[in-house]
Design a binder for this molecule. Structure first.
Ligand code: NDP
Length: 290
């Protein structure tokens, strides 16, 4: 039996259309949620992300403010821009695209963002709110992972969840969200002993490692829900000409034969990230403006 494919594009499109409806319904009160995206430098992948974020923000009826700064922008200038955006009432959400150039301290910049406008959810105040169960802004990719898992099984309560990866932007917040969904959560990482055996315990397996196809089919419990966060570009000899293709952290063909439901790469977690960013912007607008 082959696993159900969890269609991240479709779930993200549903979410965006629901958000567009909500934005329209509050437009009558004179409120247009606004998202400011700041890009420092010319990193090609970041330029694509920022363009897509701005486009999707406008498409659902929100205001988009883009700030493109040169790669040699001093840290003090970036901090001054963040301070202006914090004070700007038309801006509900602020996102500083990472990675930043080496001469800028990303932690310092994140800490300078007003936590109530921190739509990436990376500010230590929001990490603390998540850990203590207070309302706050939750990192977008982890939020998307949980939505996809719930699209496969609405009630995750009591499930044995294993999260492979403990980064602050994916692994840890996913684990916190799954705990809040009443899963029994194990976080595995590079020092975990016998990772295949840990993964085999999982009713719900989240792979956020950054290693192409590391999680094999025989690591997966039959019928498990598998959420693959990894985005890895690998050579594609079949296509010739030095072409590449995207793969996840899970060996998809093997896993599909065992799992109950699985996200593909691309087309799984990826599309959810921007949709969740838009949701966070609407949440921030509501919380800030009552
Ligand atoms: P990080 O590199 O920050 O973290 C990777 C984690 O995986 C670390 O906790 C590390 O453990 C663990 N790890 C590394 N190697 C192994 C191993 N051999 N066995 C077990 N654990 C291991 O990555 P991110 O969390 O930022 O991203 C993870 C993946 O998700 C990447 O492929 C990234 O591209 C993708 N991603 C996708 C997004 C999307 O929108 N779909 C958004 C963000 C990320 P340790 O802590 O011990 O070093």
């Amino acid at each position: 039996m082959s696993a159900t494919i969890i269609d991240g594009k479709a779930v993200a499109a549903d979410l965006r259309s629901r958000l567009a409806g909500e934005v329209e319904s509050i437009a009558g009160t004179g409120l247009t949620p606004g998202l400011a995206v700041v890009l420092v430098g010319e990193d090609a992948a970041s330029q694509v992300y920022v363009r897509n974020k701005a486009k999707q923000t406008r498409e659902i009826g929100m205001a988009s403010f883009e700030h493109r700064l040169s790669a040699d922008t001093p840290e003090t200038d970036l901090l001054a821009l963040v301070a202006r955006l914090n004070a700007d009432d038309a801006v509900d959400g602020i996102l500083v695209q990472l990675p930043l150039p080496d001469h800028i301290d990303a932690q310092k910049v994140i800490a300078a963002i007003d936590p109530d406008k921190d739509v990436d959810g990376f500010h230590p105040v929001n990490a603390g709110r998540l850990a203590t169960g207070l309302p706050g802004l939750v990192p977008c990719t982890p939020l998307g992972c949980v939505m996809l898992a719930k699209s496969a099984q609405a009630d995750l309560s009591g499930m044995e969840a294993v999260v492979v990866g403990r980064s602050n932007i994916v692994g840890k917040p996913v684990a916190q969200l799954l705990l809040a969904e009443n899963c029994t959560v194990t976080i595995a990482h590079s020092r975990s002993r016998d990772l295949p055996a840990i993964c085999r315990r999982a009713d719900l397996l989240v792979a956020a490692v950054g290693r192409p196809e590391m999680v094999r089919g025989d690591w997966i419990r039959p019928g498990a829900i598998v959420i693959d966060v990894g985005i890895n570009r690998v050579p594609n000899p079949d296509a010739g000409g030095g072409k590449t293709r995207l793969v996840g952290d899970v060996a998809f063909a093997e896993a599909r034969a065992v799992a109950g439901a699985i996200t593909p790469v691309p087309g799984g977690v990826g599309p959810m990230t921007i949709a969740c960013l838009l949701q966070n912007t609407l949440t921030a607008a509501r919380q800030r403006r009552g």
